[in-house]
Design a protein around this ligand. Sequence first.
Ligand code: ADP
Length: 156
Amino acid sequence: MSRIAVFPGSFDPFTVGHESIVQRALPMYDKIYIMIGFNSKKNSFFPVEKRMEWIQKTFEHEPKVEVRMHEGLTVDFAKNVGANFILRGLRTSADFEYERAIAQMNKKINTQVETVFLLTMPEHTPINSSIVREIFAHGGDINEFIPAVLKDCLAR
Ligand code: ADP
């Protein structure tokens, strides 16, 4: 049986912290679906199509990674693609409390799916999409916080 994981998130935008979680999980899985969760009733900062394009570019040479958009529950997406694992990253104790509730609720909804957590690399602990967005919105340089192959992709 192949080991399939879903890495769900808003990825608004995808950062080096997200990239590192996927890279470190690759030896553990046969396939990783990066699932961009979106809500058509809520505005995101970067359009979902752009977020998808940037993540695809980041992993264009990695055949194990597939990028999808999904509006709805992560456990439903996992079921549709035959995944038994949800991958999440943990930076701080605040992340832990937030993630704990989601993972335990997901387990109640679908007992077949396990959530697996990877602790962030120490240098990625402060990197957070909402702060990266804020820096971008005010004209700051975000190249240090996004995957190297996307350098200047997010230029205005
Ligand atoms: P969500 O809106 O679902 O929280 P995010 O795009 O913010 O989505 O994050 C997706 C996942 O990546 C979450 O598990 C989050 O904790 C993790 N993550 C976010 N930033 C980092 C980082 N710098 N290092 C490691 N994991 C991270």
